[in-house]
Every structure is written in structure tokens, then in C-alpha cells.
Design a protein around this ligand. Structure first.
Ligand SMILES: *Cc1c(COP(=O)(O)O)cnc(C)c1O
Length: 360
């Protein structure tokens, strides 16, 4: 039986990438060393890192006036590093509250500045993306922060806000590389690797150069983006194996049509699941407004928790793993990142249909 892993993160990686990593595990290209054993200052690893950077730049069409950083600490560390670096002497920042991850970013920022909640979907249990016309932006804000894809709630913005001169900051942890973005619309993009990039341990930051170098005096060295930008993300030992794996994923993306092709496949994958939900006559429900349904994380429930538990148990016997919803959301959640093949989503959609017929 083929296993399909719908985990929200750490998540499935492309099978070909894992196979290549296994192939190269003990002896990377005749060097007699594993990538894990290489000095990060040696020419072999420097080459691996440079290629990963170049491939990501190509995939996302990142302009030269943006720096690409491979850091550690997860997206959660960025909740603090963003205000620490981007306040630039200002006292407040705008945040959009669309669910659990935005809220965590907001709570962390509140330790460092005044947070203006410019928009929120709390009135409807975080089930939609607030219309831009209703955002109450502050022209004096240091930046505007939002979460393009709420991984737990399954709410995704299918548009990018235009915040004018105020830099836009996006937590793209769960939808980076899943659809084309115009990087120039953002001041800073960050993402933990373990959903759509590679294994846990690498955090990607893409930041416009003019936003660097404004950290307050006394900010610890490692928390200053400029430290990492000036040292090609090698100020200290970087997460070498994670960067190598991310690099293999970037090659895999390039070989498979890049981000534009990923988007096409991701649309088809998401449609398979939402179609089953919508055709189920209320057997399955998804709490998210149709226009804002995530292509990456599909949350759904049956009529009660006991039936959800039975669904999960039966799904496992079909090789469909890690479908349990987040503990705060309950029910089910299918995370269908780039590395999840269409065939896997089809097996899940078929199983959902069967299960509904057997219980309906
Ligand atoms: C997973 C996730 C995070 C947390 O990432 P860590 O790498 O665990 O810190 C933050 N934001 C979003 C949108 C996520 O999906």
C-alpha cells in the first residue's frame, strides 16, 4: 500500500529528493564525506549553499536588491526579529489578525512595540480574509504584517494587499513556492522550511536591502538581519544539511515546471477535496469562506467527533496518514503542499466519498 502523508509540518518531501539524499548520504559526489560532515567554510558546502540561493532566486524571481537569508529559530523567531529590525525608530506596526499564527505574531510584537490591529476576522471565528477596503492602516506604521496562509484555520489570501510606502511583511511559512508572488510587493517575506521548502531547522528570510541596518544599538548580533546579510548567512554555523535538502527541493521544483506549474497542480489538488466536501450534502463541512479557502491546508469535519475519529482510523488503513486536525481546531485537516502528489489527493478524495456513502 502506498502511504500518503498529509501532515501540516514537518511535512511530506518529494520522494525523488529523499532518494537522492539517500544516494548521496555517505559520499557526496566522490568527496568521501557526507554533507553533514562538511565544513560550512569549505568549497563543497559553499557551492551547495550558493546553488540553493541561486535556484531560489530564479524560482521566485527575487530581484538583486533583496537579500536571501537562511536562518534558524523557525518562523516563531521571526515574530520577534521582524519588529526588532523593522521598527526603525518608529513606535507602532500594523498587524492583520486572521487566526492562530497571526495572533502569535501579534503577541510577540506587543512585547516590542504598539500593535495596531488593522483588520481582523475574529467576528466570524477567523473563517475568512478581511476585505482590504476595511483595513484600518496607519500611515505612520513601521510595517504591515499579515499571514497569507493560516495553516491551522485553512484561510488563504488570494490577493496581496497594496500598502504603499509602508513595507509589507508576510509570514509565508505554509504557502511559499506554492503560487507565484511578486517579491517586489513585499518588504520582507519569511517562512519556516518544514512545510513547503525542506526539513525543519532552516528559516528563510527574503528582505529588501534598504530595510537592513536600522536595528537599534545594543541589539544582539544574531538577531540583526544585517549580520546574516553581510556574511551570506554564515556568520555562525548554518543548518548545513537543511540547506542542502532545501537546495535539492529547489532543483526538484525547477525540474517540475517551477512555481507556475506548482500552482496549477495545487489548484487541481485543492479542487478535488473541496469538490467532495461541497458535493457531500453537508456530510463534510469546511468552516472557511469559499473565496478564501486555502490551497495548502484543507480543514473539514463530519457531524460529530466520534465520526471524525472513525474517519481518521479508517483513513489510516487506506494509507492516508496525519489527517487529524490541529488540537485547537479538531476534526480533520489535509495539508497538500507542493510535495504531495495529485495521485495522493485523489486517493483521499475517493476515500472521503466512500466514507460519506457508507455513513450517510
Ligand atoms: C508552522 C508555522 C509557524 C511556526 O513555525 P516554526 O518554524 O515552528 O516556528 C508560523 N507561521 C505559520 C503560518 C506556520 O504555518
Amino acid at each position: 500500500m502506498t502511504i500518503f502523508n498529509f501532515a501540516a509540518g514537518p511535512a511530506v518531501l518529494p520522494h525523488e529528493v529523499l532518494a537522492q539524499a539517500r544516494e548521496e548520504l555517505l559520499d557526496w559526489r566522490g568527496t568521501g564525506m557526507s554533507v553533514m560532515e562538511m565544513s560550512h567554510r569549505g568549497k563543497e558546502f559553499m557551492g551547495i549553499a550558493a546553488e540553493a540561493h541561486a535556484d531560489l532566486r530564479e524560482l521566485m524571481a527575487i530581484p538583486q536588491h533583496y537579500k536571501v537569508l537562511f536562518l534558524q529559530g523557525g518562523a516563531t523567531m521571526q515574530f520577534a526579529m521582524v519588529p526588532l529590525n523593522l521598527l526603525r525608530g518608529k513606535l507602532s506596526a500594523d498587524y492583520v489578525n486572521t487566526g492562530i499564527w497571526s495572533k502569535k505574531a501579534i503577541d510577540e510584537a506587543k512585547k516590542l512595540c504598539y500593535v495596531n490591529e488593522a483588520a481582523s476576522s475574529a467576528d466570524k471565528s477567523f473563517s475568512y480574509a478581511p476585505d482590504f477596503a476595511r483595513w484600518k492602516l496607519d500611515k505612520q506604521a513601521a510595517y504591515v504584517h499579515y499571514t497569507p496562509n493560516e495553516t491551522i484555520g485553512g484561510v488563504e489570501f488570494n490577493w496581496v494587499p497594496d500598502t504603499g510606502k509602508v513595507p509589507l511583511v508576510a509570514d509565508m511559512s505554509s504557502n511559499i513556492l506554492s503560487r507565484p508572488y511578486d517579491v517586489t510587493q513585499f518588504g520582507l517575506i519569511y517562512a519556516g522550511a518544514q512545510k513547503n521548502i525542506g526539513p525543519a531547522g532552516v528559516t528563510l528570510v527574503i528582505v529588501r536591502e534598504d530595510l537592513l541596518g536600522h536595528a537599534p544599538a545594543g541589539l544582539p548580533t544574531m538577531l540583526d538581519y544585517k549580520t546574516h546579510a553581510d556574511n551570506d548567512s554564515m556568520y555562525n554555523t548554518p543548518p548545513t544539511y537543511g540547506i542542502y535538502m532545501a537546495g535539492l527541493v529547489f532543483k526538484w521544483l525547477k525540474k517540475n515546471g517551477g512555481v507556475a506549474q506548482m500552482e496549477k497542480t495545487n489548484i487541481a489538488k485543492a479542487r478535488l477535496l473541496y469538490d467532495v466536501i461541497d458535493a457531500s450534502d453537508g456530510f463534510y463541512t469546511c468552516p472557511v469562506a469559499k473565496a478564501d479557502r486555502s490551497r495548502m491546508n484543507v480543514p473539514f469535519k463530519t457531524r460529530d467527533a466520534a465520526l471524525d475519529a472513525e474517519f481518521l482510523k479508517q483513513a489510516e488503513t487506506h494509507g492516508l496518514l496525519q489527517l487529524k486536525g490541529h488540537k485547537l481546531a479538531g476534526g480533520m485537516r489535509a495539508s497538500i503542499y507542493n510535495a504531495m502528489p495529485l495521485a495522493g489527493v485523489q486517493v483521499l478524495a475517493d476515500f472521503m466519498g466512500e466514507f460519506a456513502r457508507s455513513k450517510g
